[in-house]
Design a protein around this ligand. Structure first.
Ligand code: NAD
Length: 478
């Protein structure tokens, strides 16, 4: 018996959760349930996180959380409960299988069967954003070695367990050489531990185009958070419906399972929603807690039901479908099929599908880190980079001199182009003078002088070399 936490959520949430629980209990799931309240009501009661502190206690005690979609109220100030839960609980891997059910569910991609493994904790989702000047706001993209190693290893271990043949990595490391570059580098390193599994890397733009056009070319795809967020919805949609896909959010201790779709408020309370997405989440949960026999029984009954043309409105199609059913009727049909196998769709076997046991991340030896310069960001309303250079060079001192100015990344001094459009957000790069060693105090002196000269510095970014290798981007055009 496993004690799990359940949240019925908002909109169609309670209906699809009731259907899902009815199915898995009828299949023999050995679960005890603690129900918690999350979502709209909790937000509107003044809790900006959408969850009460006592509910966290239950989630952390039980470690396994089955969650229906919630509605985030309109208007500012509400934090995404999903993002908070994933990060608080360290749920680093988001696993979303996307499979076509041709010819029973209409799709342009009849032989699609891929799994998106999305990094779930970092990237632009750190939510660290600032307005720095009148014209410019920034969002910090954080990619860590542990984050990359954990997710990439998860993808390969998942592929190995599920007998999948290939792991593909999507990044944009031709542009983001440090952040996406690290993700790609770690992918190449870890791929070497799995010689039996094919590996490849695609630049995300053409990779995404290929996935939307020829999804059968892919098997497991691993990617950073934002790309995975977008592309897992694309992948689910092109199988026929976002209403069919579930997702697992896996951490070292805790795990959360859900449907990928939202709370569909316009369909709420009508007993029409498709419970399949949440049911798929629940099946992944059963596998995760070792109840693989029950998971297998439910999945085969679900496939059989779809094959029989018993469809909710979202996938109902004249000609292919046989009977348009409500949420509860669909659940009853799946329950009636428990113990049956699909005839045309491939039946599943989950004998080897329980939670993956991954090694803990081992921190590497620290590299030799050398300070080699500083970028000072300046808010300045002028437009002539040469004029800014003249102003900024007044704060040069015996330790540091101005080496470059960029605007939105493109070099504008020295030798900028008159045509380059400039905002009020300038990066002034200072390097030590020939033969001088760089010290942190050089930066303090620089900032003091800038303050004296009324130069509006908005932030600094230290430039480092790690083991002698420059670890910062050049100016575009430098
Ligand atoms: P949505 O996924 O709720 O709905 C998109 C479309 O798909 C709608 O036409 C809807 O009717 C349909 N749909 C979704 N699930 C369905 C199902 N199971 N059966 C039949 N049809 C289904 O997305 P949205 O309308 O953009 O968002 C609605 C709310 O859900 C928002 O408040 C949003 O913040 C929230 N949301 C929550 C989650 C979550 O809790 N995991 C995820 C996404 C969106």
């Amino acid at each position: 018996m496993t004690r799990i936490t359940v949240a019925k959520g908002d909109g169609i949430g309670p209906e699809i959760m009731d259907a899902t629980l009815a199915i898995i209990k009828a299949a023999g799931a050995q679960i005890e349930i603690d129900e918690i309240e999350v979502g709209e009501k909790v937000y509107l009661a003044g809790n900006t996180a959408g969850i009460a502190p006592e509910a966290w206690d239950t989630i952390r005690k039980n470690k396994i959380f089955l969650k229906a979609p919630i509605t985030t109220p309109q208007g500012g100030g509400y934090k995404s409960l999903n993002v908070t839960t994933r990060k608080f609980l360290g749920l680093y891997a988001n696993v979303r299988p996307c499979m076509s059910l041709h010819p029973f569910v209409s799709t342009k991609h009849p032989i699609m069967d891929l799994v998106i493994v999305r990094e779930n904790e970092e990237d632009l989702y750190a939510g660290i954003e600032h307005q720095q000047t009148d014209e410019v706001v920034q969002c910090l993209k954080l990619i860590s070695r542990p984050g990359c190693e954990k997710i990439v290893r998860y993808a390969f271990e998942y592929a190995k367990q599920q007998n999948r043949k290939k792991v593909t990595c999507f990044t944009k490391d031709n542009i983001m050489k440090q952040t996406d570059g690290l993700f790609h580098q770690v992918f190449d390193e870890i791929a070497k531990d799995y010689p039996e599994i094919e590996n490849e890397h695609w630049i995300i733009d053409i990779g995404a185009a290929k996935m939307a056009d020829t999804p059968e070319a892919f098997d497991v795809i691993v990617m950073p958070n934002l790309y995975g967020d977008v592309l897992s919805d694309v992948a689910a949609q092109i199988t026929g419906s976002v209403g069919l896909a579930g997702s697992a959010n896996i951490g070292e201790e805790c795990a959360m399972f859900e449907a990928i779709h939202g709370s569909a408020p316009r369909r709420a309370g009508q007993n029409v929603a498709n419970p399949s997405g949440l049911l798929q989440g629940a099946i992944m949960m059963l596998n995760h807690i070792g109840q693989t026999g029950v998971a297998e029984k439910v999945q085969n009954a679900w496939l059989k039901t779809l094959e029989e043309g018993i469809h909710t409105y979202d996938i109902f199609k004249e000609g292919t479908s046989k009977r348009k059913v409500s949420t509860t009727e669909f659940a009853e049909a799946v329950i009636a099929n428990l113990g049956s196998q699909p005839s045309l769709l491939k039946s599943v076997s989950y004998a080897n599908s329980s939670a993956l046991q991954l090694p803990k991340y081992q921190r590497k030896n620290a590299a030799k880190k050398t300070l080699v310069g500083v970028d000072v960001f300046v808010h300045w309303g002028g437009s002539d980079a040469n004029a800014l250079a003249d102003k900024v060079r007044q704060i040069e001192h015996s330790g540091l001199q101005l080496s470059m100015i960029t605007n939105r990344g493109i070099k504008v001094w020295p030798d900028g182009f008159r045509e380059t459009f400039c905002t009020d957000h300038w990066r002034c790069r200072f390097k030590p003078r020939e033969g001088n060693e760089m010290k942190k105090t050089n930066i303090l002196t620089l900032l003091e002088k800038a303050n004296d000269q009324n130069i509006d510095t908005i932030k600094t970014e230290n430039l480092y070399a790690f083991d002698g290798k420059a670890a910062y981007s050049l100016g575009q055009g430098q």
